[in-house]
Each structure stands twice: as C-alpha cells, then as structure tokens.
Design a protein around this ligand. Structure first.
Ligand SMILES: O=P(O)(O)OC[C@H]1O[C@H](O[C@H]2O[C@H](CO)[C@@H](O)[C@H](O)[C@H]2O)[C@H](O)[C@@H](O)[C@@H]1O
Length: 424
C-alpha cells in the first residue's frame, strides 16, 4: 500500500514542492535556479481525490478551503483574517453536534493512525522507518505560556525508546541553540541526547554525519559530547545578526500590546498572541508589519496563535526532513519509510515532503477539522504517545522473533539438522 497523497493546489502554484513556507510572505523568495522572483498568490490545500492512506476506510469530500499561505505584503486585514482562521475559538468539549459531525466526516479522509495501526505496519513492511517529530502540540500539549510547554515523563520515555529502535529527529520552530539565557532550547525541553534536533523550523540542524551513498552532505562536522561525529547545518547562518536586530525591534513593539510575547528562536522570531485580547490582534499585526517593511529579506509565517518572522530562503521543515534522510544515508533509497508527526501549519511542508516520497506516513495531530497535506491523524499528544508506544511494542516483537529464529538456527546447526527441519 502506498502512503501517498494527491492534492490539488490552487492559486497559481504549479509545483507545491517549490513552496518555501506555509505562511505569509513578505517580499520574494530568492532561489539559485530562478530569477529571484517567486510569485504566487494564495496557497490553499484542497482535496480533489481521497488520500490513498489507509485506503478502504471511505472518503467524504471536504469542500472547505482554508488558505495556508498568503503571499505579498498584503493588507494587514488579510493577516488578521488568517490569524482568526487558524485559531479555532472553541475547544472540542464545547463544540456543538454539527462540529462533531464535521469532525467525524473529516476523520474518514484523515483516518486515525492508531485505529489503523495494522495498516500502517503493512505499509511499512520491509522498509526502514525513520521517525520525525514536531515538539509543541505534538509531544507537549499546547499551553498558555510557551516556557511551560513541558513534555510528560511518559512521553519522554516513549520517545527515548523510539530513538533506541529507529533513527529519530525532532523538527521544531523552537531554538536548538541557546540564544538567550532565560529561554529554554528544544533540547532543554526534550532532554534526550540520543535524538537529532532541527530547530528554527529546520534552519538549524544537528544531524548524523554519515552522508548519502558515500557523498558528503553539506554542513560542518563536529564531535558531540559522546565523541561521535555529527554535522551542523544552518542554511540561514548569514541572518544571525539581522534576527537579533528584528528580535529587539519586535520585542519593543510587542511591549505595547497587552499579553503579547516575543521569543527569539535563533533563525526565527516568534510573536505570540495567545494571551492577547482578540480586539488587539490587528494592532499587533500592524506593529509586526511595520517592522517587516524595512526587511524585504525576511518573511512572516504563522503557527498556532503565533506570527513568526524568518529569513526568506527556500528552506523549511520539509527540506530539513529531506536533509536528515540524506544525512542518515538514506536520501535516495526507495525502501525508506519516514513517519512525520506534527500539528501546525509549518508542519505542512514536511507532510508535503513525505507525500512526494514513494512511501511514508504524514500524521496531523488535530482534534478539529483542518485542511492538510497529511494523510492520517491523531487527536492530541496523548494519542501520539499511544502511537509511539505501539510502534515500540511492534518493533520489539519483530526483534525478539528475529532473535528466536536466529537461536533456533544455531540449535539446528549444532544438532546437525537442516535449517528448515524441525528439531525433534
Ligand atoms: O514546531 P513546533 O515544535 O510546533 O514549535 C512551534 C512553536 O511552538 C511554540 O508555540 C506554540 O506552543 C506554545 C506552548 O504550548 C503556545 O503557547 C503557543 O501559542 C504556540 O504557538 C513555541 O513557543 C514557538 O517558539 C514555536 O515556534
């Protein structure tokens, strides 16, 4: 079974693989292979055919189209509309029946990866699984204060086990390196040295140094604390100073808006509006837009109640996933099976990257209806935990079966019996 999606992208975009981010763009994207102009208007995700993942579970057409990407400086009211679009005001507990029905219909198109776990295994059969995890909203629940988004000990234990069985990386908007003493890095939240980390939405990668088919991958080789060679790759390294500058400007502007919070995530500055009254959102957006006007080489993307300013380069979580697979030595292999789990707009680039591959699984974490390039879903981090545990259990079963067959063969050999003959 192939885990691939076929989506129609509208808004004048021919090749979704060329998107740089899911978000607003301010200015143009420079690409070495283009004339520097990368013009498109609105990237919407819509479905024209059912995703083939977990085929047979049925399909209900979802007519709604939600813009994922607003391009050009646009009017600030467009920004505001998108801020509201991506911030469903109600929680599931307070949703009315009609919404539940809509959600159930949606689940037919994006079936639960947990309820269909056997099908997941079937699809992954004989392939090498790589696990990619987003952090906020995937491993940790969304909370009011970004500094308190801790993952549970159970989740940490499950991720640790996953990493002992599959190459595993965290791809997050958070900072990988310490930028400010009082801001926690993603590593300080996860605390697992056995993982690889890509911070700043994939723009700050610490990955394995194996390379693909003997070819060296881009990046600087360094030794980690365990003495292993790793590779560091920062495609936006020349933006370090400008990001420091923009952080200061945005922090100053945001201080005028009650509840706004600005986070320095190294190659991305996040302006949080979760604790800002809705009537002040426009005010905040205006401030951000005003600052950005003087920085045509930066762009704005959007996450869960957060506006994120980042370098305008052709790099995103999807590119980071591709880079890491290459770094693991599996860039061009057809037997790789990446599993990517994420909850946010910025994860859509990674979902697209998985969809472009022959095999793999893109899982959206959501308990509300969302347009997405993922092929299946999990409701919330507690289901992510269950899914990871199932994966661990299954892999352990496979390994012990292997071990059992291996030891049987040794016994057969010792007894001088043919390998396929039963021992009497
Ligand atoms: O790529 P991710 O790992 O999902 O990180 C994206 C952003 O996540 C954080 O913000 C989000 O989670 C906060 C804590 O639950 C929540 O308060 C906020 O509203 C969300 O947007 C993080 O603070 C950002 O720096 C990340 O870029």
């Amino acid at each position: 079974m192939a885990f691939r999606t076929k989506f129609k992208h509208s808004g004048g975009v021919k090749d979704p693989s060329t998107f740089s981010h899911s978000g607003f763009h301010v200015g143009t994207v420079s690409s070495p292979s283009s004339n520097g102009l990368f013009n498109y208007s609105v990237n919407t995700v819509s479905q024209s055919s059912p995703p083939s993942v977990l085929a047979g579970t049925g399909y209900s057409s979802l007519k709604r189209r939600v813009p994922l990407c607003k391009v050009d400086h646009g009017s600030v009211t467009d920004w505001l509309a998108a801020m509201k679009d991506s911030s469903p005001p109600r929680t599931r507990s307070s949703r009315v029946d009609a919404d539940d029905m809509e959600y159930n219909n949606w689940m037919e198109s994006y079936p639960s990866a947990l309820k269909n776990f056997e099908k997941v295994l079937e699809a992954a059969h004989g392939k090498r699984i790589f696990v990619f995890l987003d952090y906020d909203g995937t491993l940790s629940p969304i909370v009011e204060n970004p500094e308190s988004a801790f993952m549970s000990e159970e989740m940490r234990a499950a991720v640790k086990e996953i990493a002992s069985l599959f190459p595993t990386a965290i791809i997050t908007g958070r900072s990988r390196e310490k930028v400010r003493t009082f801001t926690l890095t993603v590593y300080e939240f996860v605390q697992l040295p056995e993982l690889y980390y890509a911070g700043s939405h994939g723009m700050d990668i610490m990955g394995p140094a194996e390379g693909c088919g003997g070819h060296k991958i881009q990046g600087t080789r360094v030794l980690n604390d365990e003495g292993n060679e790793i590779v560091m790759f920062q495609p936006a390294s020349e933006y370090t100073a400008v990001m420091d500058e923009i952080f200061k400007l945005l922090e100053e502007k945001a201080s005028k808006v009650n509840g706004a919070k600005v986070e320095h995530n190294k190659f991305c500055v996040s302006v949080h509006f979760r604790r800002v009254n809705e009537e002040d959102w426009l005010h905040l957006a205006e401030h951000v837009q005003q600052v950005l006007r003087s920085y045509p080489n930066l762009c704005l993307t959007q996450g869960r109640k957060v506006l994120e300013v980042r370098p305008l380069i052709l790099w995103n979580k999807g590119k980071a996933l591709d880079y890491l697979l290459k770094a693991f030595g599996f860039g061009n292999r057809s037997d790789v099976f990446p599993i990517y789990i994420g909850d946010d707009l910025t994860d859509e680039d990674a979902f697209k990257s998985v969809a472009r591959r022959k095999h793999g699984l893109a899982i959206l974490v959501s308990n509300v209806v969302k347009d997405t390039n993922a092929t299946c879903s999990l409701r919330d981090p507690s289901e992510v935990l269950e899914f990871l545990r199932s994966l661990v259990k299954w892999k352990r079963r496979c390994l012990s079966r292997h071990l059992f067959v291996g030891s049987q063969n040794i016994l057969h050999k010792r007894a001088g019996v043919g390998l396929n003959q039963p021992l009497t």
